[in-house]
Design a protein around this ligand. Sequence first.
Ligand code: ZN
Length: 283
Amino acid sequence: MDRFTYSKTIGAFVLCALISLQISAQSELTIEPVKDGLYMIVGPGGNVGVRVTPEGVILIDDKFPRNFDEIQSLVASVSDEPVKYVINSHHHGDHTGSNAGYIQIAEIIAHKNARDNMLRGNQDAPPRLVYSQETSVFLGGAEVRAYYMGTGHTNGDSVIYFPDLKTVHGGDLLHGIAPFIDYANGGSSRGWVSTINGMLELDFDTAIPGHGALMDRRDVLAFRNQMEAVRDHMKALIRDGTTAEQAPEMIQNPDLSWTQAADGLFMQRSVPGFYAEIARELE
Ligand SMILES: [Zn+2]
């Protein structure tokens, strides 16, 4: 191969690589209907709720920074109205990453602890509006309500409720595979159970989880039951003398999918803090 052909080949290769990179960056996400006027954007990062009204769009979460343009074009495929509000379910970067884009064009709302966690983590574009117990956005005849029901995944999780659609967006309080208890940001397994019990007091039949497929009420109940079962399992292990070092191995139980190393990496990451939390309860 002469030098010219060689550099042409390399050039074509680089161009192809660039094009395929661009294509994958542009078509990472898809939008799916949930109910009349409510959609969910799925793909890498937290599931985005899209509430469409005649006077504007309300988003729940906004994935990673690179997803801003694609979220905007997927919203445009179901509504001519602009995004006017974004509610961050909690502070994690796969749910708040496109805040930097949205803060230019919309109001961002989160629980006050989620904002504090964002500031502590030096995250971009923290919300300008916060609440402590409950807040609502009223737009175009629709209401989107956010409740703080206590600690769980973090200390700043919102349970977001669409009352007219009997649907909740649980952020990472609901997870399709296995939960992660973020102890460094105030997470708690005990709090999580009571937070899910609070969620179950709402009248809903459909739930958008932070990650994974759409859930129904039974799935949310099963999630709460597994959280209780995993807590009971850890209590029994500690009572039997299991040490913190043995806990990651010993917690694995084929009847509890979250604890399996293969399925439950998120849960496995939580084990040191989880052990400490349960040991304190038993003191
Ligand atoms: Zn999270």
